[in-house]
Design a protein around this ligand. Structure first.
Ligand SMILES: [Zn+2]
Ligand SMILES: [Zn+2]
Length: 167
């Protein structure tokens, strides 16, 4: 998505936008919709422009416990500044971007990609109460009970008797 200097100079107030998720083709990212939508505002500031807004990211994730795919819509706010003042870029702040006086537009794709990657959760659980899969038979315990735990305890109770017979 591109912002033009002419728009920035006029100021942008809560403009709605859609970005094609195909732009963010990264192995570790899946989306359940074709677009990421958001809202963006921009205003002039003393050293350039201040940009702020929201991204609504439709993550499709796989649960670490039950291996089922689930939808995880994350809304994240962003805030950054565009400037041509080199002294402001010295620190390692990620939210100050260089925007040369000669440039008439800036592409936000890389910045949005970083925001999306940061927003993706390391831990991926469909629901805090997810029971996961049975380690013996693989049944998804959220939907049905398997007989593994019942049979295991039955076996245990016969164990002393079996020992007697063997001897
Ligand atoms: Zn799960
Ligand atoms: Zn089982």
């Amino acid at each position: 998505m591109k912002l033009y200097r002419t728009e920035l100079d006029k100021g942008i107030s809560k403009k709605l936008f859609d970005i094609d998720t195909n732009q963010f083709q990264l192995d570790e990212l899946d989306f359940y919709e074709n677009t990421i939508n958001g809202e963006l505002s921009a205003e002039r500031s003393s050293n350039g422009y201040h940009i702020s807004g929201i991204l609504n990211i439709p993550f499709e994730q796989t649960c670490d416990r039950c291996l089922t795919k689930f939808h995880n819509l994350r809304s994240t706010e962003f805030n950054f500044w565009l400037t041509d003042k080199n002294e402001l870029l010295q620190g390692d702040s990620d939210d100050i971007l260089y925007f040369s006086r000669d440039d008439n537009e800036i592409d936000l794709k890389t910045l949005f990609q970083e925001i999306i990657l940061l927003e993706k959760q390391m831990k991926s659980i469909c629901n805090e109460s997810c029971k996961g899969l049975c380690s013996s038979c693989g049944t998804n315990l959220n939907y049905e009970n398997c007989r593994c735990s019942i049979e295991e305890s039955k076996d245990d109770s016969w164990e002393p008797l079996k020992n007697l017979i063997d001897k």
